[in-house]
Ligand binder design. Structure first.
Ligand SMILES: *[C@@H]1O[C@H](CO)[C@@H](O)[C@H](O)[C@H]1NC(C)=O
Length: 276
């Protein structure tokens, strides 16, 4: 009875366990696998994986002519290439449609510098005769280009003349490789931007209101036109008062003769010519 109970418990758990396995397998395939089991991976590489995430939905292709042969290369960031097979992150397809896996997302390595990230997929299909029949390796240099998330993708070189450590080298331009610029706006510029925006809103809103609701024409369409005109006059007067070195309403010649100020002003103006 007791044994039977345990059996049925195990049976009941089976689907859940299978489901959990299936899920972990599915997500496992959808990610770059770094060296080390979960939890003991390099934090630096994990941080870089995060930075590459925006590229995960993209697929990149490039073509290379070698003599009369033409090869297509398809690359995905931390996702399997469609039809590439298990863990294929970068594949080569020849004209006949034969697929060779150059690198797998299950063997990912990432390093970075100030404006580049180097993504390496190892564990590709072994070379036939070159490079000591080691496994192929793809290196993708992602360089900073602020213009777009996905810039141009090109193959730079295929090194297979060495006895070992051969590689396929690619270049991809992307904004993910750029370090975020310090776009700290100073308090002053934030205030300035706010002020300018408010003025713009005021003028445009007021203009529309005057035109559409009040039905004003010409200069009257500006909001509070009379007020600003008065204000302008006041400011002009103020400037006149504060800044002008000569008294107002010069030159004298334009004044009416007999103006009562006429007798006073020349004296005033002579004042500062007198020796101290
Ligand atoms: C490399 O990437 C990490 C994580 O994004 C970043 O903190 C670090 O500054 C980068 N290294 C260089 C040299 O830019």
């Amino acid at each position: 009875m007791f044994l039977g109970g345990r059996m049925s418990l195990a049976h009941a758990c089976m689907p859940a366990i299978l489901l959990a396995l299936a899920i972990s397998r599915a997500t496992g395939k959808n990610e770059c696998d770094l060296v080390g089991v979960k939890g003991s991976e390099s934090t630096r590489e994990l941080a870089l994986l995060k930075r590459l995430e925006p590229l995960a939905n993209e697929s990149f292709t490039t073509t290379k002519d070698i003599g009369h042969e033409k090869y297509n290369y398809t690359f995905r960031v931390c996702r399997e290439v469609d039809g590439g097979g298990t863990d294929a992150g970068l594949v080569q397809i020849d004209q006949a449609g034969k697929i060779i896996v150059v690198g797998r997302i299950s063997e990912t390595h990432i390093v970075n510098g100030t404006d580049w990230i180097l993504l390496t997929y190892k564990g590709g299909e072994p070379y036939g005769s070159h490079c000591g029949t080691e496994k192929r390796k793809a290196m993708v240099m992602i360089t900073c280009s602020r213009k777009a998330l996905r810039g141009s993708f090109t193959i730079l070189a295929e090194e297979r003349e060495k006895d070992e450590e051969c590689f396929y080298l690619f270049e991809l331009e992307s904004s993910v490789a750029c370090l975020p610029v310090d776009s700290h706006l100073s308090v002053g510029s934030i205030l300035l931007i706010t002020f300018v925006s408010l003025v713009a809103v005021y003028i445009i809103g007021g203009f529309l209101y005057q035109r559409l609701v009040v039905g004003a024409k010409g200069m009257e369409q500006f909001p509070h036109f009379a007020f600003w005109q008065d204000m302008g006059n006041l400011v002009a007067d103020g400037c006149d008062f504060v800044c002008r070195s000569k008294p107002r309403n010069v030159p004298n010649a334009y004044r009416g003769v007999g103006d009562d100020q006429l007798s006073e002003e020349p004296e005033e103006r002579d004042d500062h010519l007198l020796p101290m």
